[in-house]
Every structure is written in structure tokens, then in C-alpha cells.
Design a protein around this ligand. Sequence first.
Ligand SMILES: Cc1ncc(COP(=O)(O)O)c(C=O)c1O
Length: 361
Amino acid sequence: MKKYDLPTPALVLDKARFERSLARMAELAAKAGKKLRPHAKTHKSSAVARRQLEAGNCAGVCAAKLGEAEVLLEKGIENVLLTSPVVAPARIARLAELKKAHPGLWITADNAENLRALSACGVGFDVLADVNPRMGRTGVAFADAPEFVRTILQLPGLKFRGIQCYAGNVQHIAEAEKRSAATAEVMKEAGALVRSLRADGIDCQVLTGTGTGTAAFDVGIPEVTDIQVGSYCMMDTEYHNIEGVGSAFPCALTCLATVVSTNQPDFVTVDAGLKALYFTPHAPPCKAKEGVPDLRWRYEWFGDEHGRLYFPAGERPRLGQVVELTLPHCDPTINMHDVIYLCSGDEVLEELPVDLRGKFC
Ligand SMILES: Cc1ncc(COP(=O)(O)O)c(C=O)c1O
């Protein structure tokens, strides 16, 4: 099947660009002696996660939610780190069952009461202490981390594995120099924490964190063991605008949309709106040209089902034409689709189910 015959809106993944990005990130980490732990929150697809593992140099993959971890493990992916805390009693019970069935599940925690509830399950959870990179989303303060680690070590049924420090707040700093300085401040502190734990005789095997925006810098921190990069494999307009990121990792994933009305003088109407492309006001989608946003074209959301596409002079699309758009923000956009079509050139090769979709809890 040809990709321009797909029913639209449809997400298409360019195989060559996708595989190049997988190889590039694997090499970036390997050159620094680090591993990848790619985050499946981006693509929500066990088939994509498997391809990331096959590309090599991975310590495992990450999941954001318990439901995502369940699908990944049940689909045969053995090593999954759950990067968000699980605190509700019913979900802790599910987590314990999952751990019993899949020893390769690792978890994160940031609260001593939660640690006691996890310990009481008696299943031998492998735990990373989640440290707050001054973002405030989750994590214990750096100053409280040593005591928190000791609590993990003292509680039966818990095995301390290391530290997670994910600084999401610095990933999208546009200037590379400022981003590098901002991440160094946090990750050096995380590195110092690991050194001090080890100096106290604590077996701290892992320091994990890092997104696509800071990967190239964070691999230079000696104590970092692996990077939890997510967006690099798909890429979006938000990230493409960031210095040094778009040039290394092109937009492998795009959204096909059909021109459904051409009655206006300066724009055409396409059939991809808020339900097909997640809304981010500062980084709208753009017409894609070989993995790069073609800035001569401008997209505006036009309600739930439609978008306006403003075209350059002399390039008015015709009615029924299929256009290819970059994604504004890949993670929540993929979360709106059931399938990603893997393509080579214009040929559709395979359907990759978004099987972690809807697994919010
Ligand atoms: C804990 C955690 N790790 C890794 C990532 C991946 O980050 P990126 O998509 O910037 O590569 C995210 C993204 O939000 C995250 O929340």
C-alpha cells in the first residue's frame, strides 16, 4: 500500500530516519560508555520499544505509568523501569503481582510512607530513589536523599538500585549553551550524591535521568549510567526548534492529512485538527519536508477535526491532496492514535500498534 492512500489523519514513521535516530542516540551513549533506557511514554508502542532494544546498547526501557509497564512486560520486554511513583493501595497490589510475574520490573519512589507500603508487599521490589532536580514534580530533595536511601536499605522486601534524576524543566531551553549549563548544575549534584553514597559503602549501581534535549551533555557526567531519552526517535516541532536537537534527530514521525476544502484565497482546510494533533500554541505543526519543518507553510488549528494550512505563493494544494505535517508535540499526539504506519519512502511496510495507549494508571 502507498502511504498517500492511507485513511487520514494518519501517523507515518519514516523507517530510514527512525533507524538513523536510534543508531545515533545509541552511539552517542556508547561513545561515552553509557547505556540507553529509552522512554516508552513517547511512542506508547511495545513494537517501537522492541526496535529500540534491537538497536542496541540499552539497559532496558522506561514506562511512565503502571498500565504501560504491564503491557510492555506482558509483551515480553524484560527490563522496565517505572519512572513515576505508584502510591494508591489498589495499584500497589497490581504492582506487586506484576513484580512477581516479571522480576525485571524496577520502580521509583520519593516518599518513606510509600516505601513502607511497598516493603509490606514482600515481593523484593528493586527501587530507585527519585531525586527532585528542583523541578518539584516528584522526588526527594538532594539534602534528604541520603536518609531516604537508608530507609530503602533498612526496609525488608526492598532492594536499593540507585538514583533517578530527570530534569524535564531544562530539556527545552532553546540555546544549547544555556541548556548545557542548566543541566550540568543539576546532574553534577546528582553525581556528587552518588559519589557520597558510594563513599559511605552503599551499592549505588545506577544514576538515570536525561531527556533528548540534554542527552549530549549528560553523558559527560561520570556517574550517569544511562539516559532515559524519549522524543529523539519520533521528534516534533517543539523539539526541532531547540538548538542542536533538530539537526541531529529529524522528524521521523509525521501526520498525513487530506485537503478537504479549497474555497478560501490564502489557506486550504485539512482534516487534521485538535483530535489528531495535540495543541501546543508556541510550536504548531508545519508542513514536513524530508523530516524538517518547511517554514514557508503555516498550520493553524481550526477546531476538533480541521486545520488551516497557509501555503506559499504558487504552491496552492489541490482538493483531495494529502499533505505531510510535522507533529507539534509527539507524546500526546501519538496518544490520540491507534496505530503508527511504518513506511519506507512512499511504501507502507507495517502497522505498529500504539498498544500502551489509554494505559493512564
Ligand atoms: C521521567 C522521564 N524520563 C524521560 C523522559 C523523556 O524525555 P524526552 O522526551 O525529552 O527525551 C521524560 C519525558 O517527559 C520523563 O518524564
